[in-house]
Design a binder for this molecule. Structure first.
Ligand SMILES: NC(=O)c1ccc[n+]([C@@H]2O[C@H](COP(=O)([O-])OP(=O)(O)OC[C@H]3O[C@@H](n4cnc5c(N)ncnc54)[C@H](OP(=O)(O)O)[C@@H]3O)[C@@H](O)[C@H]2O)c1
Length: 492
């Protein structure tokens, strides 16, 4: 694993002194030249820098959406980091080192930063259903002895999973991470080292259904009825960790982001789910109705979330408590997002002749009834015909149903206490706004980043979910087959 370079100089002979130093310098230069040449486009052997003790992190969720951005930030903020990444085998049994290097190579880092990240990392194979998360005994011991900071960012974020299934990734996994943290904590205490800290990414949605604004009630936590098994299991994990802080005074920081969207700086995202799916269906004309136009989905940009979390971790001053990462009262309304999206997509549509219908807003009861009728209709069609395409439509409707509480449901997050903590313990300002924020005279006082998000969806085809070339061909085909129909649609 680690490799240390020993340089031995014989100082006994004065006459050889100059020659030996020159030779040593030459050897070092030769070693580095060989090393970088051999590894220009392949994998690297981890190298430990022994000059200054590195800060050792154990991190879960590196193959996901949010954690890689936090690691990008840590690479900039921590002068000497070393990472252990907990990764499970991938699809088709893909090796964890390969999964890690694929992720590292996809990160927004320069070539040398990627090289440095790979050198300073160990991919640790895990299987959370096994004892010690399936980590090899020697490696588990190494983690106990070396790690100071744990970032537990892994979770199953699907909204349609059975409880028994999702509990493994969201509750059992957290308990096992805590068990490791406890051993690290005891080991560091016994050997007189600085205390360890566990950073856990929860979610504002762990509070479930709330009729009032969701409070920042730390150290209490009284969630409402969960919206789904994801919220339920994230709430269970949070309760478990809060109990440890209360009873054992453990150094645990719980982050509570709301909906994490694309970066405010670039508009880029690694995952096109939740509001992105709603935007895509709107663009495709497959969402004729929606509800609650005045609702304000709480969307925070991923680069801000990563900046706050990495600041808290690297500055090392805030060690106990919760930190809500939300927009609070500064969120944009659904109507704003729709109107702005409609104008942007119609003005910049890469598919000539493609018509984007405006979405009609209807009362909530009507909207929810329409969804149920549609689901019933397609379920009957599937029952009668057994055709897979109907099953796919039913799955799509179920997925959307999972999203509705987040987008059209009443969720308002208080964030005054956290805003103050962020001001005190990080270099970050409150979360950037998606929309333009204006003063009483209508002057823009904060420029929004929504256009960047919209541009990214068209540039990437919602991360490849839409093939514009195929859509173009389909438009041309339907135009030539049934010009009246297309004309009719155009006129609407
Ligand atoms: N995205 C949001 O809008 C949002 C909002 C609030 C809070 N959060 C929280 O932020 C964290 C990161 O979310 P994300 O959006 O980045 O999720 P994501 O893209 O779905 O990534 C989830 C990560 O967790 C790993 N993982 C899940 N179950 C695992 C298991 N049993 N064993 C090993 N690894 C496992 C996944 O590994 P594989 O690649 O192997 O699947 C992946 O690396 C989560 O804790 C989530 O609850 C997210």
């Amino acid at each position: 694993m680690g490799r240390v370079i020993f340089l031995k100089l014989d100082m006994s002979s004065e006459s050889c002194h100059f020659f030996r130093i020159t030779l040593a310098v030459f050897r070092i230069a030769w070693f580095f030249r060989q090393h970088s040449a051999a590894n220009r486009n392949i994998t690297l052997t981890p190298v430990r820098t022994e000059a200054r003790l590195p800060m050792n992190y154990f991190i879960t969720g590196i193959t996901g959406t949010v954690v890689p951005i936090i690691v990008e930030e840590l690479m900039k903020k921590d002068a000497n980091p070393y990472f252990y990444f907990a990764i499970r085998r991938g699809k088709k049994d893909m090796d964890v080192q390969e999964r890690f290097e694929t992720t590292a190579n996809s990160m927004d880092l320069s070539y040398s930063q990627k090289e440095s990240l790979i050198q300073r990392s160990t991919a640790v194979e895990i299987d959370v259903e096994n004892e010690n998360m399936g980590i090899d005994t020697a490696m588990y011991r190494e983690l106990i002895e070396n790690v100071e900071k744990i970032l537990h960012g892994a979770a199953d974020v699907r909204f349609d999973q059975p409880y028994e299934n999702i509990k493994i990734s969201n509750v059992d996994f957290t308990k096992k991470m805590y068990a490791l943290f406890e051993e690290i904590k005891e080991n560091r205490k016994a050997s007189g080292q600085s205390p360890a800290t566990l950073y856990y990414i929860s979610t504002g949605y762990a509070y479930g259904i709330y009729k009032k604004p969701i409070p920042e009630d730390y150290p209490d936590f009284n969630p409402g009825k969960p919206d789904n098994t994801y919220a339920q299991t994230k709430a269970e994990a949070k309760k478990f960790l809060l109990d440890k802080i209360r009873r054992l005074d453990d150094r645990i920081v719980i982050f509570e982001p709301t909906i994490i969207g694309g970066a405010a700086g670039t508009g880029k995202t690694r995952a096109y789910n939740l509001h992105y799916v709603v935007m895509m269906l709107g663009y495709l004309g497959k969402l004729p109705f929606l509800t609650a136009p005045e609702n304000r989905p709480d969307i925070v940009p991923v680069d801000w979330v990563a900046a706050v979390i990495s600041d808290i971790m690297s500055k090392d001053q805030y060690h106990r408590g919760t930190l809500r990462l939300s927009m609070g009262s500064r969120s944009a309304t659904i109507r704003y997002m729709h109107d702005m999206g409609y104008h942007y997509y119609t003005a910049n549509d890469p598919v000539p002749g493609h018509v984007i219908p405006k979405i009609r807003f209807v009362p909530r009861w009507l909207f929810l009834s329409m969804i149920q009728i549609q689901k019933g209709w397609y379920s009957s069609l599937y029952f009668v015909t057994g055709m897979r395409r109907y099953r796919k439509i039913i799955k799509g409707i179920q997925l959307l149903e999972g999203y509705f509480p987040y987008i059209t449901g009443y969720k308002v997050f208080e964030n005054e206490k956290s805003t103050e903590l962020i001001r005190k313990y990080t270099d970050c300002r409150p979360a950037p706004a998606l929309h333009e924020i204006r003063d009483d005279e209508g002057n823009i006082i904060e420029k929004g980043y929504y256009r960047k998000i919209l541009a990214d969806t068209l540039e990437t085809g919602w991360g490849g979910m839409i093939d514009f070339e195929r859509l173009k061909k389909r438009e041309m085909h339907s135009k030539s087959k049934n010009p009246k129909k297309v004309f009719g649609t155009l006129r609407k």
